[in-house]
Design a protein around this ligand. Structure first.
Ligand code: NAP
Length: 444
């Protein structure tokens, strides 16, 4: 790989030179193994250690289909979907790979006894398939993780509705946590020039998701002045949601679990913050019973901060532990918009609070092609900033994913893949200088 890294670092390598760089037959990637899918059987979710299941292995470089691109990955980031993959919950991902291989011509290569994970990247285009016109070798890119076929009419208003919609690196193989990655050409977007490789790789998945969830008409369609309750406001999704609400003239009410995280969201400009640990919020009295008095107390804490207003929008993802409270505290006519269930996917809420007060629950998932581009544009213009906190080497992938699983991280955790060190890849130092305080506020 050294010749590829040298070509990227030299910065004057031509597209022709990139195209003629030999592509190795194998590369190093972060994998889980089908043979180990049962390794955590019978264990509680919190006791499953991703570091035991993730390995760095040499894998064969895949063939490139007509609409595909092989990318030299300079950096990637940890997403929670890699936590799920590496603890084999709710299902091992090998079933997704087998179905993809069985249903889509050309996708047979995805069905392997290994799964290279990862749904973000920044890097440089190495090779393009015969039908690709949108990028060329040498282009500096980031990837969004929407993989679609678009052969069915359902996907043509909103590509997330394509029946063959998949998340790259989760439901497909050859993801971003490796030295090379295979993507569809339409996943690639220009790398924001003022960012380092690891900063550029931080935002794709979570920012696009938060954008659809909050801003898009496919999500909550936030408007100026909306009060938005954001769970996990210093985490991956939440740290972008907080910025989007502030940019859009909304009023974020940020929920976090430590003074340090409270400080982080304040540093982004949020004024209304609830520390759920300091408040001792517990919405379940036991495994089967929710404590409605606690919902009410939580609603009171929100009103104290907002001057008596209830949230127009609740930005949901913790799931089972918070969902009942989220439905309760949303204002009359308000929206609970959910994209996940980290603490459990069987939610319990009191439906009287939903129908009598005319609230809506909106389900949302990643982002369509256009939403992902709009989200990337905000990053490129310096209107939303990556929330990178720590950076690991590819060899330390297990530790990086375990930190996220244990909720010991802030914002986003980055991973250097081919980048030999952090802080490389900036081609617009003036813009970077202007935004430096915002770009570094999550850094530890
Ligand atoms: P993250 O970086 O771990 O952040 C999640 C935040 O949620 C944490 O910082 C934590 O904040 C808070 N949290 C965790 N458990 C909680 C609980 N029981 N009650 C209240 N708050 C809790 O993860 P993420 O990247 O934001 O992802 C969050 C979830 O969304 C994951 O399940 C992920 O798989 C899913 N997701 C789905 C999509 C999609 O397209 N559908 C996209 C991205 C992510 P505090 O401890 O500070 O409160």
């Amino acid at each position: 790989m050294k010749h590829i890294v040298d070509a990227v670092l030299s910065e004057d390598t031509s597209p022709q030179e990139f195209n003629s760089l030999p592509v190795p037959d194998n590369y190093r990637g972060a994998v889980v193994l089908a043979a180990e899918s049962e390794m955590f059987a019978g264990m509680a979710t919190r006791d499953k250690d991703p570091a035991k299941a993730l390995h760095i292995r040499e894998v064969p470089t895949p063939d490139i289909g007509p609409d595909e691109v092989l990318v030299a990955v300079m950096a990637s980031s940890i997403n929670y979907n890699t936590v799920w993959t590496s603890i084999f919950e709710p299902l091992p991902t090998f079933g997704f790979l087998q179905r993809y291989a069985a249903t889509v011509p050309g996708a047979e290569k995805h069905d392997q006894p290994f799964h290279v994970v990862g749904s973000d990247l920044s890097g440089v285009v190495l090779r393009t398939g015969g039908a690709v016109r949108s990028v060329k070798p040498g282009d500096r890119v980031v990837a969004h993780c929407l993989n679609v076929e678009l052969t069915h009419p359902d996907g043509h208003d909103d590509s997330m509705l394509d029946p063959e919609q998949r998340i790259w690196g989760f439901e497909t193989n050859y993801g971003g946590l490796g030295e090379l990655a295979l993507v569809k050409a339409n996943q690639l977007m220009p790398k924001p020039a003022h960012l380092t490789w690891e900063e550029a790789a931080a935002s794709g998945l979570v920012h696009s998701t938060a954008y659809r969830q909050l801003v898009s008409a496919n999500g909550a369609h936030m408007k100026q002045g909306d009060v938005v309750l954001i769970w996990g406001a210093a985490g991956g999704l939440g740290s972008y949601a907080t910025q989007l609400v502030l940019n859009g003239g909304g009023i974020p009410v940020c929920v976090v679990s430590s003074p340090r995280k409270a400080e982080l969201v304040r540093s982004m400009g949020a004024e209304l913050v609830i520390d759920r640990s300091a408040e001792g919020l517990r919405f379940w009295s036991d495994e089967h019973t929710q404590n409605q008095r606690e919902w009410k107390r939580f609603g009171g804490l929100v009103r104290e901060l907002t001057g008596g207003e209830d949230p127009d929008i609740v930005f949901e993802h913790p799931g089972r532990e918070t969902f009942g409270a989220s439905v309760y505290v949303a204002r009359r006519g308000g929206t609970i918009v959910t994209c996940a269930s980290t603490s459990g996917y069987e939610h319990v809420y009191d439906n009287r609070h939903l129908w009598m007060r005319l609230k809506r629950i909106v389900g949302t998932h990643f982002a369509n092609y256009r939403e992902a581009w709009e989200a990337n544009r905000l990053i490129a213009k310096g209107m939303v900033h990556p929330t990178l906190s720590t950076v690991y080497g590819l060899d330390d992938i297990g530790e990086a994913v375990s930190e996220v699983h244990a909720n010991r991280h802030d914002g986003k955790v980055g991973v250097l893949c081919l980048a030999p060190q952090a802080d490389l890849g900036v081609t617009d130092p003036e813009t970077r200088e202007r935004h430096l305080p915002q770009l570094t506020r999550f850094r530890i």
